[in-house]
Design a protein around this ligand. Structure first.
Ligand SMILES: Nc1nc2c(ncn2[C@@H]2O[C@H](COP(=O)(O)OP(=O)(O)O)[C@@H](O)[C@H]2O)c(=O)[nH]1
Ligand SMILES: [Mg+2]
Length: 250
């Protein structure tokens, strides 16, 4: 398998979108690792929900280190991961990015995996960094969290038939065409449900999905924003998606 990045042409600018809520410590460590990847025309957009820990101010200060390549969107109040990504997608589409990456700020997603994920775009439209294609590649999660993730993925596949092992993965690479084909106004889910919804909608539109094995390491700094509400939302959302798919209203 080649690891040559796909975006060698001038029109294949890549945008890595990183949503943040109280990730000052992590974003400072993440950014140099992303920008050191051998990927041409690589930009980052941080979408911060006015984190009380000053994540946005820190990013603003770092902008001079990466002139013109580090973008920041600050929203008023914590509005959720899903809508942060949707705003990021709109930014990507309106600024001519050809490749768009979803990535967590907490270093659970390894920036060194980016070239390997991007290389798969030669033959696919949505590439998913997957914890579950080669066994279970998750480090440092409590057993309860792992069982919730594995059980959740089984449930999503059983209900929707989405042919993906890691339906809730948030490490993803889209070709611009995928985002342009989706009606972003309709995407209102958050957390797990958002990750499932994006994959399901892309699959239903006939785009080619590909899972690439990654190792997911639980965060060392900061705290998780996972909640019972996010799990509940995902439980009913898969039925909503399935029904919308069946009646052709996706
Ligand atoms: N902008 C924004 N980012 C969020 C929000 N909730 C979570 N995030 C970010 O989404 C990413 C994943 O969240 P995380 O809490 O690590 O989820 P977990 O890995 O499932 O425990 C991290 O970069 C968070 O800072 C939110 O409401 N708004
Ligand atoms: Mg995390």
């Amino acid at each position: 398998m080649s690891t040559t990045p796909r975006n060698s042409g001038g029109d294949r600018k890549t945008l890595v979108i990183v949503p943040t809520y109280n990730e000052a410590e992590n974003i400072e460590r993440l950014l140099p690792r992303v920008f050191s990847q051998p990927i041409p025309d690589l930009h980052v957009l941080v979408v911060d929900d006015s984190s009380p820990d000053g994540t946005a101010e820190l990013v603003r200060r770092l902008q001079s280190t990466y002139p013109g390549r580090l973008h920041l969107l600050v929203r008023e109040g914590k509005k959720g991961l899903g809508s942060a990504y949707v705003e990021g997608f709109r930014f990507a589409l309106s600024h001519g990015y050809g490749i768009v990456v979803e990535m967590d700020a907490d270093l659970s997603h390894n920036p060194d995996d980016l070239p390997r994920l991007l290389a798969e775009l030669d033959n696919h439209d949505l590439v998913i960094g997957s914890r579950y294609v080669t066994g279970v590649n998750v480090i440092n999660w409590p057993l309860r969290r792992l069982l919730l993730s594995l059980g959740g993925n089984w449930y999503v596949r059983a209900v929707t038939r989405l042919p993906v092992r890691d339906c809730t993965s948030g490490f993803k690479v889209y070709k611009r065409e995928v985002l342009a084909a989706l009606d972003l106004d309709r995407i209102q889910s958050d957390g797990y449900a958002f990750q499932i919804e994006m994959k399901y909608r892309a699959w239903k539109k006939g785009f080619r999905l590909r899972e690439v094995p990654i190792v997911f390491i639980d965060r060392e700094a900061g705290s998780s924003k996972m909640s019972k509400r996010i799990v509940r939302e995902a439980i009913w959302m898969v039925w909503k998606l399935k029904i919308l798919g069946l009646v052709g209203k996706l």
